[in-house]
Design a protein around this ligand. Structure first.
Ligand code: PLP
Ligand code: COI
Length: 341
């Protein structure tokens, strides 16, 4: 295990790193235990555990930020609590109570306070709650027992160049979600479903894949790691409404900011043909923050937005606002930040 003193905060990337401790709570005999502090990242699990065979596994992702005065705050954890409850209910897992989830998330940040990147580095502390069904069973059915684990580690940008335009490609060969499937919740299997497509896109030189609606291939769904949004020439913020995309907390937040900036916010089905109307396109999510998208390729057609290697003014404004609130540089006017200590 490395120590915080040895970390190059400016060149972190998005990688697992072992920190001081993580926390865990167990659901057994119909009730949740309290939050337990653990340090050994290895633990025993039954070979017939439901999460291993039948995919009863889901997770969340949220971030804690160091502010100028050295204090730390977490971005909208109650939204992640609500989403893990929705996810758990969809796949018949035991949802953790909101209070337990928030306590576990806060404790993970507090236990690793020295691992939370210094203010001014642009890095943050990524918190990863994980829920798994652990009962030994071979017949198909929901687990009786569950473990909630919350770990965390310092991270830099998800895409290596940070706040810099990327090129995306439409994923034609595989779908990640189906109508009325599980694309709108954060089950682990969704990410396995997108790995092959993402790898093929990367091999072709595109850092990010765009998924279309799997029924008709007519509407934009989302990127493999983040939601899609576009800014039109007449200053509308347009983002897809679809049953098979993850309701992104970052997207919801930048919609609020965009409306405050005077943009008209439209959340509705977005046809692929509308791409030509966008002056700027972005991918948004906890890990991706706001990643500007310079181009989207589909077959032999490339759609471009703004200037290559240049971030558009609306995306820059949205990025500065959300990060300003997260790092405590701008007043938390919506009450989004939960102080850790
Ligand atoms: N869409 C997908 C598929 C994701 O994995 C994520 C990341 O969590 C998002 C969107 C963005 O959601 P959020 O902003 O809540 O992190
Ligand atoms: C997140 O942004 O928190 C996610 O879970 C996306 C993941 C692919 C890193």
């Amino acid at each position: 295990m490395s120590t915080p003193a040895a970390i190059d905060w400016l060149n972190l990337g998005f990688k697992y790193m072992q920190t001081n401790a993580y926390v865990r709570a167990n659901f057994t005999n119909g009730k949740w235990s309290g939050v337990e502090v653990c340090t050994d990242p290895m633990f025993n699990i039954h070979i017939a555990a439901a999460c291993l065979h039948y995919g009863q596994a889901c997770f969340e992702g949220l971030k804690a930020f160091r502010r100028k005065d050295g204090s730390v705050a977490i971005f909208r954890p109650e939204e992640n609590a609500a989403r893990i409850i929705d996810t758990a209910n969809r796949v018949l897992m035991e949802p953790p109570p909101v209070e337990l989830f928030i306590e576990a998330v806060k404790k993970t940040a507090a236990l690793n306070f020295d691992w939370i990147p210094p203010y001014g580095t642009g890095a943050s502390f990524y918190i990863r709650p994980l829920l798994i069904g652990t009962s030994a069973q071979i017949g198909l059915g929901p687990s009786r027992d569950y473990i909630l684990i919350v770990m965390g580690m310092p991270v830099g940008p998800y895409y290596k160049d940070g706040f810099f335009p990327v090129r995306a490609c439409v994923q034609e060969a595989y779908d990640r979600a189906a109508p009325k499937g599980v694309g709108n919740v954060k089950v682990a299997g969704n990410y396995a479903a997108s790995m092959l497509g993402d790898k093929e896109s990367k091999d072709r030189g595109y850092s990010i894949s765009l998924y279309l609606d799997s029924a008709q291939r007519k509407f934009i769904d989302e990127f493999g790691t983040s939601n899609f949004f576009g800014i039109t020439y007449d200053k509308r913020f347009v983002t897809p409404d679809s049953d098979s995309i993850l309701p992104s907390i970052t997207n919801k937040s930048i919609q609020t900011i965009a409306a405050d900036m005077g943009l008209k916010v439209e959340r509705r089905p977005v046809s692929f043909d509308e791409l030509t109307q966008f002056k700027e396109v972005g991918a948004c999510g906890t890990a991706a923050i706001i990643t500007p998208v310079y181009s989207i390729i589909r077959g032999d057609k490339e759609f471009t937005f703004g200037k290559e290697n240049e971030v558009g003014e609306t995306l820059r404004h949205l990025f500065n606002e959300i990060q300003g609130i997260q790092y405590g540089e701008i007043k938390d006017r919506y009450g989004w930040m939960l102080a850790v200590e």
